[in-house]
Design a protein around this ligand. Structure first.
Ligand code: SF4
Ligand code: SF4
Length: 371
């Protein structure tokens, strides 16, 4: 498995484009492409947020990928994403505009086909089918361009997690509700990933996000661009770069157990690894860890029971809430109401998915432990 790593100081095309050229050459991506093929780029546009906040894939990275593809004779290029919230023209146009995607036109289409289709899953999957956005299902070639982030629910967000954005609009919270347990939810993410199966995954880690990701964290400059064909193993690699234990991230652990990720086979190409980077700050949902003082053989059972006892819940910062209702719209358990211009949370029924925190534009939701 070839993993490429390039150092890129900042979001400038004259730095990003040559770095991508070196990576794509190492991965021999040019041999995949032919004129007339339909290429879909799947960025991370989790919400309508300016790229300066590091929650979304930076347009400069996507722009350089598009330039590289076009130089190989491919002109049918669509940028397709289903952000949090509604999957409608009005909502997605706002997301495109705020996330800086409009600069990509006319070299690529910003997807405006808001239909979806149901795809059957192979036998052995826990899900029988998924409803996915149409352009992804019509593509000859999919390029996944994600953002490297910590994540309140899954702990980590990279290539696998980015593909959850192929589920249209408010069907995402429904899947959270169907699979509230982190291991079940992560298995579902892996099933979606195997169906979408992008041929190439680029991780934008020039400015990553740490802390309360995927939308409310802080920028963590890493100055790195990663690319690989094998996005499962790349997620293992990227989580290690962040100072996380990949085997503590359920979706990565399960991908190793299922043989999708093969960390023992990583062959690094490009620039050397950064020297001793400080570990990423964790989200508040993951940062309490009493297991450090416990003998190693007891840590896994302890963490299993502690995770039940120390379950996290959202807590409103009332003075910051602007009453926009985005949290209520995205809550799969329907336990949020807007009363007198402020969100009101009911703990009973909450599945601790943190979709509300993810969608809050005002950073008005923090995390509290049950005990
Ligand atoms: S908590 Fe956030 S998302 Fe919910 S109403 Fe308040 S500002 Fe909007
Ligand atoms: S209140 Fe927030 S964390 Fe609880 S179920 Fe609703 S969206 Fe998920």
């Amino acid at each position: 498995m070839i993993q490429t790593l390039q150092t890129v100081a900042e979001y400038r095309e004259d730095l990003i484009y040559p770095a991508l050229c070196r990576s794509f050459e190492d991965l021999n991506i040019g041999s995949d492409l032919r004129a007339g093929m339909k290429v879909v780029i799947k960025p991370n546009l989790v919400m309508a947020k300016s790229p300066v906040f590091s929650a979304t894939t930076h347009p400069a990275v996507i722009q350089s990928v598009i330039r590289w593809i076009r130089e190989r004779g491919v002109t049918d290029i669509t940028v397709a994403e289903s952000s949090g919230g509604l999957y409608t023209a009005e909502h997605m146009n706002r997301v495109y505009r705020t996330c800086g995607m409009n600069v990509l036109e006319p070299d690529a289409h910003l997807n405006r086909d808001f239909t979806s289709r149901t795809v059957s899953c192979p036998s052995g999957f826990a899900n029988r089918s998924f409803n996915l956005i149409t352009p992804v299902l019509q593509a000859d070639y999919i390029i996944n361009i994600c953002k490297l982030k910590t994540h309140a629910m899954t702990g980590y967000s990279g290539g696998i997690k980015n593909l959850f954005g192929t589920v249209p609009g408010l069907e995402k919270p429904q899947l959270h509700y169907r699979w509230p347990d982190i291991d079940d939810f992560s298995r579902m993410l892996l099933e979606i990933a195997q169906i979408v199966n992008p041929q190439l995954t680029v991780i934008d880690a020039i400015e990553a996000m740490e802390g309360n990701g995927p939308t409310g964290g802080t920028t963590r400059p890493m100055h790195l661009l990663l690319a690989a064909r094998d996005f499962y193993t790349q997620d293992y690699f990227a989580a290690k770069l962040m100072g996380l234990d990949p085997m503590e991230i359920s979706m990565i652990r399960q991908s190793v157990e299922q043989g999708l990720a093969r960390p023992g086979e990583i062959v690094l190409r490009g620039d050397p690894l950064p020297e001793n980077p400080a570990p990423f700050q964790l989200p508040d949902t993951k940062s309490l860890n009493f297991a450090d003082n416990i003998p190693p053989f007891l840590q896994r059972p302890f963490l299993f029971f502690a995770s039940k006892l120390l379950k996290s819940y959202p807590q409103l910062k009332k003075d910051v809430c602007i009453g926009c209702g985005k949290c209520a719209e995205s809550c799969p358990a329907h336990v949020i109401r807007i009363e007198k211009g402020k969100a009101k949370f009911r703990k009973k029924g909450c599945i601790s998915c943190f979709c509300c925190q993810e969608m809050c534009p005002a950073k008005a939701i923090s995390v509290r432990k049950a005990l």
